[in-house]
Design a binder for this molecule. Structure first.
Ligand code: ADP
Ligand code: C5P
Ligand code: MG
Length: 219
């Protein structure tokens, strides 16, 4: 009886210790895919259903671009129009700050979807040197669809998004950047067994059904 009680107590104590340890270290899912693959759309649905915080590197850069007093506005603006990847020193700072602020406001909010990052080798290096020991990357959620689907979706979005890069000229460059710089990063994670691929060419709800299955399997 006493032995059993001790065992139960020890089990629940180690479960508490485990959860506290996890709560202290941010748990991250990197969300990647071509421009317009539906990363933002699916992340919003994940946030609705599960307790994740969505941080889009592109959104953070767009906000920094227009922030009064930012010394990077011009640089970010030209990089975005040209579909180029902004130097990681800028992006990692924005991501780190957003993660810290989120956890400071609510320490239960330690699960993050980091959308559109790491997009190239520079991004990956920046993450490794600044965040490697501060956060745990669970896996890469990869929204896979053809370049043509990506282009069509971005052009459609461009009718109302007001984005300076949802036009044919920028899109050609963004697709090139994706193929040349981002795909090799996804490939690297693939070799480590850390990529979970979803066929993103289907409708929003069908894609999300797969995302849900996957997240529930991963726990
Ligand atoms: P990303 O963040 O990957 O660039 P978004 O989530 O912003 O992509 O989606 C790009 C555009 O495509 C948006 O206009 C969005 O409404 C639309 N969209 C997203 N997912 C789908 C889907 N599965 N089928 C059709 N259109 C989609
Ligand atoms: O992900 P999103 O489509 O919002 O990204 C828009 C642009 O923001 C990219 O084409 C790129 O110019 C910039 N970006 C970046 N580094 C990232 C994410 C986005 O430079 N990690
Ligand atoms: Mg997006």
């Amino acid at each position: 009886m006493l032995v059993q009680l001790r065992r139960t107590l020890s089990r629940s104590l180690s479960s508490v210790v485990y959860r506290v340890a996890l709560a202290m270290k941010p748990q991250v899912i990197f969300v990647l895919g071509g421009p317009g693959a539906g990363k933002g759309t699916q992340c919003a649905k994940i946030v609705e259903t599960y307790g994740y915080t969505h941080l889009s590197a592109g959104d953070l850069l767009r906000a920094e671009r227009t922030r009064v007093g930012s010394e990077f506005g011009q640089l970010i603006d030209t990089h975005i129009k040209d579909g180029k990847i902004v130097p990681v020193a800028i992006t990692i700072n924005l991501l780190k700050k957003a993660m810290e602020e989120t956890m400071l406001l609510d320490r239960e909010k330690f699960r993050f979807l980091i959308d559109g990052f790491p997009r190239n080798n520079d991004n990956l290096q920046g993450w490794s040197s600044v965040m490697e020991d501060k956060a745990n990357v669970k896996f890469v959620l990869f929204f896979d669809c053809s370049d043509q689907v990506c282009i069509d979706r971005c052009l459609e979005r461009g009718k109302s998004s007001g984005r300076t890069d949802d036009n044919r000229e920028s899109l050609e460059k963004r697709i090139q950047t994706y193929l040349q710089s981002t795909r090799p990063i996804i490939e690297q994670y693939q070799q480590q067994g850390k990529v979970r691929t979803v066929d993103a060419s289907r409708g929003v709800d069908e894609v999300f059904a797969d995302v849900k299955d996957l997240l529930e399997k991963e726990g």
